[in-house]
Design a protein around this ligand. Structure first.
Ligand code: CA
Length: 423
C-alpha cells in the first residue's frame, strides 16, 4: 500500500468534519500569497502549505527535487520528476503532517512560515496545459445525445463500442474555477427550414466531466499500453466542459465540435493524485463486444467518485440538479491513453484529458442540461420554483466530487463559474 494512503493516519493540522482534504489526500496546486508570490502548495483541511518553504528548510531533501520545482507558478516542473518521485514526495508530506511525528509539528517558526489559511491565499491555474483532448466515454451520455440528435433506434454510432472516441480541444480557453465566462456568440439555425443566423447562443450548457493530467510521455512514434498507462497519469480534477448546443448542432458535421466547445472549459484548483485515489478503485462496466487487444486491460481501472452539479441563479440558493459517479464511464483512463498513443501520437507533461460528460443510468444522473431537460422538453424545477431548459445569464454552475470509504473522504473541492451575458 502507498504509505500516504494509510487510513489510520491523523494530522496535527486541523481537518474540519466532512473536509475533502484529510491527510490521506495531499493534492497539489498553485497558490498566491498576500504579497503576490506564487508557490507549489498542498492542502490539509483548510490549511494551505507552501512546499517551497518546506524545501528551503530542508524538509523535502533527498527526494531528487530542487527548489525551482516548488518556487514557481506551475506544477509542470515538479511533475517532470515523474510518478515515483511524486509518490515519495507525498509520502514525505504525509510523514511531516502526521500526528505521530514532531520534526515539523514542533518547529513553530517553520510551520507558521509554511502555512496559510485557505482564505488568505488565491488559488491559481495549476498546470501549463500543452494539449487538451476531450473523450466521449459515457455510454449513457452518448446514447442520450444520439437519441436526441439522430435516431433513437441507432443512438450509438457503429464505432462507439470499439473506439474510445475523442477529439482535440483547445488549451488556451481552459480556465480556473471562479473565473466567470460570457455567453458565446456564433452561427445558429433555430429554424431548420431557414438560413442560419448570427446570434448569442440560446442553449448554453455545462458538461459534468473529470479530467486527468499527464506526466511526460514517450517519444513520438511510441505507444503507451494499458498496463503502464497509470504510470503516466499525475492526477485528476473536476472539469466543466462548457458547451453551446445550438452552435454545436449546426457546426459538428463533418469534423466535430469547434466553436461550440472552445469558448471555455473550467478546471478545479487542486489536482488529486491518482495514488490518493487507489483505495477507491473499482471495476469498469462490462464491455461488449470484446475490445481489440491493445485496449484489453487487467484489474480495477475506474474510481468510485461521487459527483454532483448544482445550479445557482443570481442571488438565490443553489439546487443540486445532478448526482452521478465517475465509475459509470464505459471507457477507462488506461484505455483512453492507450488509444490516444496507439498510432504513435506523443503526450507531454501537463496534457489535459477530459473524460467526456459523465452521465449515469437514471434521469437525475445525467451530466448535462441537454439530457436533464431532454432538449428543453422537460424543464428542470429549481428550489424556488424557477424553471431551466439551459443555463441563463448570471446562473452559476458548481460541480463537486468526492470518494468515501472506511470513513476516509478524499475530495476535489469544487469547480465553479458564472455565465455572464454575451459581450
Ligand atoms: Ca465534453
Amino acid at each position: 500500500m502507498i504509505k500516504a494512503n494509510n487510513p489510520d493516519l491523523t494530522s496535527w493540522i486541523t481537518v474540519p468534519q466532512n473536509s475533502d482534504f484529510p491527510i490521506q489526500n495531499l493534492p497539489f496546486g498553485i497558490a498566491e500569497n498576500a504579497v503576490g508570490k506564487k508557490f507549489v502548495a498542498t492542502r490539509v483541511g483548510d490549511t494551505v502549505i507552501n512546499l517551497s518553504v518546506l524545501f528551503q528548510h530542508g524538509y523535502l531533501n533527498d527526494l531528487g527535487f530542487n527548489l525551482s520545482q516548488f518556487d514557481t507558478y506551475r506544477l509542470n516542473p515538479m511533475m517532470k520528476s515523474g510518478k515515483l518521485a511524486i509518490r515519495s514526495l507525498r509520502d514525505r508530506l504525509s510523514h511531516l503532517f502526521s500526528t505521530n511525528t514532531s520534526e515539523l509539528q514542533s518547529n513553530t517558526p517553520h510551520t507558521q512560515e509554511a502555512s496559510h489559511a485557505l482564505s488568505d491565499v488565491t488559488m491559481c491555474m495549476p498546470i501549463e496545459i500543452g494539449d487538451y483532448t476531450d473523450f466521449y466515454s459515457s455510454k449513457e451520455h452518448a446514447t442520450n445525445v444520439g437519441t436526441m440528435f439522430r435516431d433513437p433506434n441507432n443512438a450509438l454510432l457503429p464505432n462507439w463500442l470499439w473506439i474510445p472516441v475523442g477529439y482535440h480541444g483547445r488549451a488556451s480557453s481552459v480556465i480556473l474555477s471562479g473565473q466567470d465566462i460570457h455567453r458565446p456568440k456564433g452561427q445558429i439555425k433555430p429554424d431548420p427550414s431557414a438560413d442560419p443566423i448570427f446570434s448569442a447562443s440560446r442553449q448554453v450548457d455545462f458538461e459534468l466531466e473529470m479530467a486527468f493530467v499527464t506526466f511526460e510521455g514517450k517519444a513520438l512514434g511510441d505507444s503507451i499500453n494499458t498496463t503502464e498507462a497509470e504510470d503516466f497519469i499525475f492526477g485528476l480534477c473536476l472539469f466543466n466542459d462548457w458547451s453551446a448546443r445550438d452552435i454545436q448542432s449546426w457546426e459538428y458535421v463533418p469534423l466535430g465540435p469547434f466553436l461550440a466547445k472552445n469558448f471555455a472549459s473550467s478546471l478545479s484548483a487542486w489536482i488529486v493524485t491518482l495514488d490518493a485515489l487507489q483505495p477507491y478503485a473499482v471495476s469498469t462496466p462490462e464491455q461488449k463486444p470484446a475490445v481489440l487487444s491493445y485496449l484489453e486491460f487487467e484489474g480495477e481501472k475506474s474510481y468510485d467518485i461521487n459527483l454532483e452539479v448544482a445550479l445557482q441563479p443570481n442571488k438565490a440558493d443553489e439546487t443540486v440538479i445532478c448526482r452521478s459517479n465517475f465509475k459509470y464511464m464505459y471507457w477507462n483512463m488506461a484505455q483512453q491513453l492507450a488509444h490516444h498513443t496507439v498510432n504513435g501520437c506523443n503526450i507531454r507533461c501537463g496534457d489535459l484529458m477530459g473524460s467526456g460528460t459523465i452521465s449515469g443510468p437514471t434521469e437525475d444522473s445525467y451530466g448535462s442540461m441537454l439530457e436533464l431537460a431532454w432538449k428543453g422538453t422537460k424543464p428542470l424545477k429549481l428550489s424556488k420554483g424557477e424553471e431551466r431548459k439551459f443555463i441563463q445569464d448570471n446562473d452559476t454552475v458548481i460541480m463537486r466530487g468526492h470518494c468515501m470509504r472506511n470513513d476516509i473522504r478524499i475530495g476535489f473541492g469544487e469547480v465553479k463559474a458564472k455565465l455572464l451575458p454575451s459581450k
